[in-house]
Design a protein around this ligand. Structure first.
Ligand code: SF4
Length: 344
């Protein structure tokens, strides 16, 4: 469980070219931040008492460790009191890699920090520079070492489709994030949001976002890399939000309310395509794909997209069934005449 307290743009040294948290984060902090954080924590405490489900209290949005030191300590002291009372299991927050210097890490160590989410966005120096992030990849490596050195969980947030990025550079960033020990990833394709400098570049014809299909086909191999490393991608694409979906907020870009499902669906499609392509001949005309029950809808795809794809590309009838205890995938085949399993 994560109990998020959103502090939009709080502590940010400047507004990044693609970022407008006034539209991507609703229910965020307004007015004095310590008071807002305290009242959200009290609300969550009541919720936890009712549900009996403690979890980490998270300070998201903005750059938590770049807030004035006294304010960070005030918020963390209040959070620690709830942790001591068993309401929260610890503290997590998001921050920029260049805002996690040694003295700040030292200060944070006196509080029950469990997880740090770094808004890395890319591990390519050229992409970071073109996107005006204000730090290079070395800052990311340093911050990651500090987080891991304290035994905190490391989350890394990456973006796809940044100015100057390419498929190769993006996938290299994903590999690097996994190599430096990310415990989990979040990946967001860049959207052109009103009120950002990217919107101006877009209007001037200087920036073109990824199409939805390009973004999905870029994220599918990233998902594969993470799966193979045993690292979860806990979110792909911005969370659907009525504020975000208001007309005129997203000017362009690969937004879809179920973006993560589209990526997983594509991943299944490509995985099974590769397997089918490797078979000298098909053992039957009907393919049954056995997966874990929670994977069925992703493997079938939105509106049976994958079943239709396998039928049109390979001329077979496909079915996906959930099997408890299944890890990965198994395939069985039937022939239309016998309706019997012919191979597994
Ligand atoms: S991307 Fe992060 S650092 Fe940049 S403006 Fe948004 S919240 Fe602040």
């Amino acid at each position: 469980m994560i109990y998020p307290v959103f502090l939009p743009h709080a502590g940010c040294p400047f507004q990044c070219v693609y970022c407008n948290q006034r539209v991507t984060v609703s229910g965020g902090g307004q007015g004095p931040l310590a008071g807002f954080a305290a009242s959200r924590m009290a609300d969550y405490a009541n919720q936890v008492r009712r549900s009996g489900r403690p979890g980490e209290i998270a300070f998201y949005g903005g750059t938590f460790t770049a807030l004035p030191r006294g304010l960070v300590e005030e918020i963390l002291s209040a959070a620690s009191a709830w942790v001591e009372r068993g309401i929260f299991t610890g503290v997590r927050f998001s921050t920029r890699p260049d805002c996690l210097q040694g003295d700040i890490v030292e200060m944070l160590s006196s509080y029950p920090v469990r997880t740090v989410e770094l808004g890395v966005q890319s591990l390519s120096d050229s992409v970071l520079k073109e996107s005006g992030r204000g730090y290079g990849a070395e800052s990311v490596y340093e911050a990651a070492r500090r987080v891991k050195g304290r035994g905190w969980k490391l989350g890394i947030q990456l973006m796809a489709g940044l100015p100057g990025d390419s498929r190769e550079l993006f996938l290299r960033s994903v590999r690097s994030a996994l190599e430096i020990g990310a415990d989990f990833l979040r990946i967001y394709p860049v959207l052109v949001l009103e009120g950002t400098s990217l919107a101006e570049s877009y209007r001037a014809g200087l920036y073109a976002p990824l199409s939805l299909d390009e973004a999905v086909s870029l994220l599918a191999p990233a998902y594969d890399l993470a799966m193979r490393s045993g690292v979860a991608i806990i979110r792909m694409g911005l969370q659907a939000d009525p504020e975000l979906e208001k007309p005129g907020v997203i000017l362009a870009g690969p937004y879809h309310p179920a973006f993560g499902s589209l990526v997983k669906c594509r991943w299944w499609q490509e995985k099974i395509d590769a397997h089918l392509g490797s078979l000298p001949e098909f053992p039957g005309s009907e393919m049954v794909v056995h997966v874990a029950p929670n994977q069925v809808s992703d493997a079938i795809g939105n509106r049976k997209a994958n079943l239709l794809h396998w039928n049109s590309r390979w001329g077979i009838t496909a079915k996906v069934v959930g099997e408890a205890g299944m890890t990965g995938m198994e395939m069985t085949w039937k022939t239309k005449s016998s309706n019997q399993d012919t191979s597994r």
